[in-house]
Ligand binder design. Sequence first.
Ligand SMILES: *Cc1c(COP(=O)(O)O)cnc(C)c1O
Ligand code: SF4
Length: 398
Amino acid sequence: MSRTSGETEASTEPQPAPRAPAAPAAFRPTVPDAQWRDWRWHMRKRVTNAEKARQWIRLTPDEEEAIVRSAGRYRWSVTPYYASLMDPDDPLCPVRRQAVPALAELMEHSGAEVDPVGDMYYRKTNRVVHKYPDRVIMLVTEACPVYCRHCTRKFHTTDVEGTYFRENEGSSYEEDLRYIAAHPEIRDVLLTGGDPLSYRDGTLEEIVSGLRAIPSVEIIRIGSRFPVLLPQRITDELCGMLARYHPVWLNTHFNHPKEITGEAAAAVDRLLRHGIPVGNQTVLLRGVNDDVATMRTLMTGLLRIRVRPYYLYHCDNVTGVSHFMTSVEKGWEIMEGLQGHITGFAVPQYVLTTKIGKIPVARPAFHETPEGLRLRNYRGEELTVDRSVYPVREADLR
Ligand SMILES: *Cc1c(COP(=O)(O)O)cnc(C)c1O
Ligand code: SF4
């Protein structure tokens, strides 16, 4: 198989080395490079049934059963690119766990809801969810290149026809744009879904240019997992189009170091060269990344490809997703294994997403004592500092 990293001809900087083949040849269908580089080919050739999955991995009986039983309830597809990152023999592979249905998705879990964060409650138009004072999310599509098993909007793909839209995906954007224009306090619009980059460039440009025509919209953000699930989608043409509507920011969703490939790095590089800053939102997932060593490798690996870690989301108790949840205590352990140990800006903010918004929940590294402020560093060493070092100003007490 002659597969190279997705670097562009125009690129002059050294690029990360092509990914070393991790899987035995039996699980590496031969794909000509021209097709491997073509994102549309990957979209057409997505894995959507057990037969296609068997080209990439040795399915376990449980996976086979989960594929059959989840059909018609949760959408399923995996791009050949992402499938190639799965370990063919290890059902515990962190990429495989994110991509292949599990029986646990079909079990009842206490406290699970389809919309634990209240998106539907804050929805103002077909697509606009207005929860915070100065920014909104705009649900663009319910389509994704891979339907991540842990998706927080899994309801989007529940019963296959499930949706977060008030009407439907195809309705006119007029009402959504009118709402944003009529609320000049909205200075930040985040395109999400589903994955907005599922659309072809022309459709996307209609949306982005519509937003850019609203004077009160200062920044446009895109939430997309394409850099991880199908980096070939991040073409120079796409980046060039988006760059005409700056300032545009993009946040993606790397969950495990295995996902940081030469191809993903090249996609990020294209975005950055077009002036689009790239951030990352990781979800804390049991059995995928719930240990300090993996998280350190992930966060420092992101800096190497110039992606800035932004949020670490606690996994929500979403119907069909609960088996990925960890305890908040596990999140604290991970945050305390990052903060101070690695570059400050490699450390994301740990948040719970709730009906009242995102809540930062990292444990404070200090507490008030009669002797003064008790401070704790990353090694667990403690120091008491007299309160007079940090004088209280009456005016600041509320
Ligand atoms: C997360 C989110 C945003 C963006 O929040 P930031 O903290 O600015 O990244 C906006 N609206 C909704 C409804 C959200 O869930
Ligand atoms: S790409 Fe994002 S929206 Fe789509 S299934 Fe994965 S986590 Fe959900």
